[in-house]
Design a protein around this ligand. Structure first.
Ligand code: ACO
Length: 342
């Protein structure tokens, strides 16, 4: 029987031009390059130039990454059958960013789905895209991860433990049905969740669980109490991340009958360089088997894996035929992996 294979036909990425170094942050809050580098490995990140920039929205960053991915795939927007967009920082509270991309790219009235799984959003989005390709439903799916964090972080000393970590950026891939002459396939994926830890890494407002007193999405007190900003139990997140990453990675490899030695490239969600290094050491992966770029972009949440993947392709570090493992862990908690031959 001729099985359908799904391949990454094209990759793309985009980041705002504005570079914000650790030194820059130390001018607006009590922090230092030494503190940030030691704890996170981050040296700089991108922020859109103006925090209230109506042009450089999440869907705009996603659009630029998508245009590069389409060009890289040798396709046009008219070839797309479906769009999946992962983000926690959409242009609007609703609707999601998928429809903004459909309009901006000038696609036909194809379906556009938003995924709300934060750091693991791209893994979930790619897994859903893979299922649609493998079922024979669609041929070319645009999968985007994009975030604008810089408008929603607390840059005062109270928020410094979180705000130094996150940056703006976008990445995209085109997942396509492979033709006979094209190599590659998605070999395995897994997705997990543990909702009891939802508030260990969350942004509460605007949310239907809160704001009940005045029936308002956003109460003035929420702003005063800084509850509109992300809050993170850093040590708790760290401990869970370094357990769930290896579990999910080994599960994916095992279900495809592969081993760590077979891996050409591991691209972890760029949460924190310390987490990636801990996982690398625990599993005994060599330096040239792991790709990190958090040093330049910070943690871009749903964008981090496609942004890293696209850079790895551009730099020749991910080559056609390579066995590539993508793994993420984050808010929810949610985590998962996609193992593929690129
Ligand atoms: N600059 C200087 N000092 C700071 C900063 C800062 N940016 N942020 C916090 N501090 C201070 C704190 O106020 C505290 O001071 P105190 O001892 O006087 O009270 C001290 O530094 C230590 O603070 P901690 O929060 O305990 O810092 P910790 O060493 O735990 O590091 C960090 C924080 C980096 C977040 C760490 O917990 C960690 O690596 N967590 C993993 C989670 C993570 O990286 N998540 C990324 C996003 S989530 C995801 O993508 C999965």
């Amino acid at each position: 029987m001729n099985m359908i294979r799904s391949i990454i036909k094209g990759t793309g990425h985009y980041v705002p031009e504005n570079v914000v170094t650790n030194e820059d942050l130390s001018k607006i809050m009590t922090t230092s390059d030494e503190w940030i580098t030691e704890r996170t490995g981050i040296k700089e990140r991108r922020h859109r130039k103006e925090r209230n920039d109506a042009q450089e929205t999440t869907s705009y960053l996603g659009l630029k990454a998508s245009e590069m991915a389409l060009e890289n795939a040798g396709l046009t927007a008219k070839d797309l059958d479906f769009i999946i967009f992962a983000t926690l920082s959409p242009d609007y509270f609703f609707p999601g960013c998928g429809v903004q991309i459909q309009e901006a790219l000038g696609c036909d009235t194809i379906g556009a789905l938003d995924v709300r799984n934060q750091c693991s959003g791209f893994i979930y989005a790619l897994s859903v895209a893979n299922a649609f390709i493998k079922s024979g439903t669609y041929k070319n799916i645009l999968v985007v991860g994009a975030e604008v964090h810089s408008f929603g972080l607390d840059f005062s000393d109270e928020g410094r433990g979180v705000s130094v970590i996150f940056g703006d950026g976008a990445g995209a891939v085109i997942l396509s049905k492979a033709s006979d002459h094209e190599k590659g396939d998605v070999l395995a994926f897994n997705m997990h969740s543990e909702g009891k830890h939802a508030e260990e890494l969350s942004t509460k407002f605007p949310g239907s669980k809160f704001g009940w007193s005045d029936r308002m999405r956003l109460e003035p007190e929420a702003v005063t109490n800084a509850e509109i900003y992300p809050n993170m139990n850093g040590n708790f997140v760290f401990k869970h991340a370094v357990t769930r990453f290896p579990e999910s990675m080994l599960e994916a490899l095992e279900s495809a009958g592969k081993t760590l030695e077979d891996l050409d490239l591991f691209i972890p969600h760029q949460a924190n360089l310390r987490i990636a290094q801990f996982v690398q050491k625990k599993l005994g992966l060599k330096d040239d088997q792991v790709f990190n770029n958090i040093q330049k972009y910070g943690n871009t949440t749903a964008a981090s894996i496609p942004l890293a993947f696209s850079e790895a392709v551009s730099e020749g570090k991910a080559k056609r035929g390579d066995l590539v493992l993508l793994t993420a862990f984050g808010s929810g908690f949610t985590w998962g992996s996609v193992l593929l031959v690129y």
